[in-house]
Design a binder for this molecule. Structure first.
Ligand SMILES: Cc1cc2nc3c(=O)[nH]c(=O)nc-3n(C[C@H](O)[C@H](O)[C@H](O)COP(=O)(O)O)c2cc1C
Length: 201
């Protein structure tokens, strides 16, 4: 049976490199992905990664800019609320929002569904599919914390972009990998990126 497609959405929080690393690992593992990008995420990609690339073309993420293979990745406009992941019949494997802005997180917690990213997250919650939110914000206000608590009670995983240091990272890449492993583990997706803690074999 074919592996179910995982929805990956980038929103306008700092930490775009985490998403790029996640997409590269999923691409290497040939895991099928549906990709969504908010306009604010494009602004962050320009600030944090490369201001010269056309990250979005005709409203859709550009596979060329993201250095992804069209064999494994489908791209969608954020306003395409008729896309497959807007329905529970198509959204089986779940969704990762990485990085997740406090705006998107708050709108999902409030059930707003003002665009395809928020609608797909809403579908994950109502259909009891995995939903992993990766916020970067710090410090957190009471409003942020209450929105997160509400989402966790509704079934989401809130997985802050706070990489561990017990693997003795030697590079930024190692720190990115550590967080990506956490995301894949939360979704139950097997990987070979890092050995589990305590596994010296
Ligand atoms: C470089 C940059 C970094 C940002 N970092 C964050 C952040 O870490 N967390 C956050 O909630 N918003 C951050 N913002 C602000 C959001 O992009 C802004 O609130 C936006 O409206 C979010 O829109 P979206 O949720 O539709 O992507 C950042 C903006 C820029 C330009």
């Amino acid at each position: 049976m074919a592996t179910s497609r995982l929805v990956i959405a980038l929103t306008g929080a700092s930490g775009a490199a985490y998403a790029l690393n996640l997409l590269q690992h999923l691409g290497r593992m040939r895991h099928p992905v549906d990709l969504l990008v908010s306009p604010s995420a494009v602004r962050v990609l320009e600030c944090e990664v490369d201001g010269e690339r056309d990250w979005v073309v005709d409203g859709c993420p550009s596979l060329k800019a993201f250095e992804l293979d069209d064999h494994d990745v489908r791209v969608f406009r954020r306003d395409d609320v008729a896309a497959p992941m807007a329905s529970g019949t198509a959204l089986k494997a779940g969704m990762v929002i990485c990085p997740c802005s406090m705006g998107t997180l708050g709108r999902i917690a409030g059930g707003m569904s003002t665009n395809l990213i928020e609608r797909a997250a809403d579908v994950c919650l109502k259909e009891r599919r995995p939903l992993v939110l990766v916020p970067r914000e710090t410090p957190l206000s009471l409003i942020h914390l209450e929105n997160m608590a509400r989402l966790v009670r509704a079934g989401a995983t809130v997985l802050p972009a706070s990489p561990g240091f017990y693997h003795r990272p030697a590079s930024v890449g190692d720190l990115l990998d550590h967080l990506v492993v956490k995301i894949l583990d939360a979704l139950g997706i097997p990987h070979d990126i890092l050995r589990p803690w305590g596994d010296d074999a």
